[in-house]
Write a protein that binds this ligand. Structure first.
Ligand code: GLU
Length: 369
């Protein structure tokens, strides 16, 4: 297993590290300054070796709760927002102070779901991260909890970290929580996970943490997103001093989730960032064509569900359960209901248009898993 790790961790150029609320918080509440200082020393070391470091940090709400004297996580959204507003500021002050001895600045970036789904915002975000790293600053990213409510909210930094990894095209995602890795039902750490299949999903314990929102379920989803993009993920205990350094040195600690087949290009990684707006079910012939990197034609579509517009990202399935991939569709759900099963030459007439696209999803806009 060590050789796997050593091989995978050779020549890292860019790493995303996510630290969870519980890992950053003392058992009695409030930020664990020792852990934060140790983490920042490790991050500075990586940065000093020329590795682009991007941090996704939770802990705003838990820090705010402590400052506001709240014993339990608020149930009501305005109070959660208030805790985040107070805590985020404190959190960044601590990052800033902990990085300063290493000559590094902390650059705060607060995001919502829209920043990933809107292409212009997505590219702006990437440009900002690049510029910070070139300026001797570490990007420290969190959800904009003070304003992100309802549908623009991720509510989960594991997933944000996965999307950030895909955004910057990082070589590795490290998820730090308060458990030693993915644990099986006997509480043993799974050292290496090769496939995110039903077997792994069934052995992993899923308890959630008391202060954060993640848990192992969300880590599996986040890791799956990065794995699909062809990058590895390490899950380890953020309370262990020097954990980032140990992981990067290839020590067998935590869980390594092996990368999937091929490294996806930047455009495909953006497609992977979306919450699909609908589902397109295709027949066996179309499924085989998609696996051969062909475009999706209306002829092979047997079912459409969800409400989407032309240009939205949809999921593609072969039957109700077999997910093939995702793609950027050229027709709305209403149009798809009319043209499914038709030959390309029949589409324009069926939609009462002069002309129409030849395919439903172009091969360049398809990600097949
Ligand atoms: N954004 C939240 C915070 O900083 C945490 C979300 C999570 O735990 O995933 O408090």
């Amino acid at each position: 297993m060590m050789s796997n790790r050593a091989e995978i961790l050779t020549g890292l150029k860019s790493v995303v590290i996510k630290i969870g609320s519980n890992a950053l918080t003392r058992s009695e509440g409030g930020l664990d300054e020792g852990i934060l200082a140790n983490l920042c020393a490790n991050l500075a070391e990586l940065s000093g070796r020329g590795i682009a470091v991007t941090v996704v940090s939770s802990g705003a709400i838990s820090t705010g709760m402590h400052r506001l004297g709240l014993q339990r996580r608020p149930q009501r959204m305005p109070m959660l927002q208030a805790a985040a507003a107070v805590g985020q500021y404190a959190l960044m002050n601590h990052f800033s102070a902990a990085l300063q001895p290493f000559g590094l600045h902390a650059g705060q970036i607060l995001v919502t779901r829209t920043d990933f789904e809107d292409r212009t915002r997505y590219l702006n975000l990437r440009n900002c991260i690049d510029a910070l790293q070139r300026s001797g600053a570490l990007p420290i990213i969190n959800e904009n909890d003070a304003v992100a409510v309802d549908e623009i909210r991720f509510g989960d930094n594991d997933l944000i970290a996965a999307h950030v990894t895909n955004l910057v095209g990082a070589d590795l995602l490290i998820l730090l929580s308060v458990v030693d890795g993915l644990l099986d039902k006997e509480n043993q750490v799974l050292s290496v996970v090769h496939a995110m299949d039903a077997q792994v999903a069934s052995v992993v314990r899923r308890e959630k943490s008391s202060r954060g929102t993640g848990g192992m379920g969300s880590k599996l989803i986040a890791a799956g997103t990065v794995k699909t993009a062809g990058r590895p993920v390490l899950i380890a205990n953020g309370k262990t001093p020097g954990i980032v350094r140990s992981l990067i040195q290839g020590e067998t600690t935590g869980t390594l989730i092996m990368p999937g087949g091929k490294r996806l290009a930047a455009w495909d990684r953006w497609i992977m960032t979306h919450q699909p707006r609908g589902i397109i079910c295709v027949d066996g012939g179309a499924a085989a064509a998609l696996r051969n990197e062909k475009s999706l034609l209306a002829k092979g579509v047997v079912g459409v569900s969800g409400s989407f517009s032309a240009g939205d990202i949809v999921e593609i399935t072969e039957s109700d359960t077999n997910v093939l991939g995702r793609g950027k569709i050229k027709f709305s759900s209403n149009e798809m209901a009319v043209i499914k099963g038709l030959a390309s030459s029949q589409i324009a007439e069926a939609l009462h248009r002069g002309k129409s696209p030849e395919c439903v999803i172009h091969k360049d806009d398809l990600v097949i898993f």
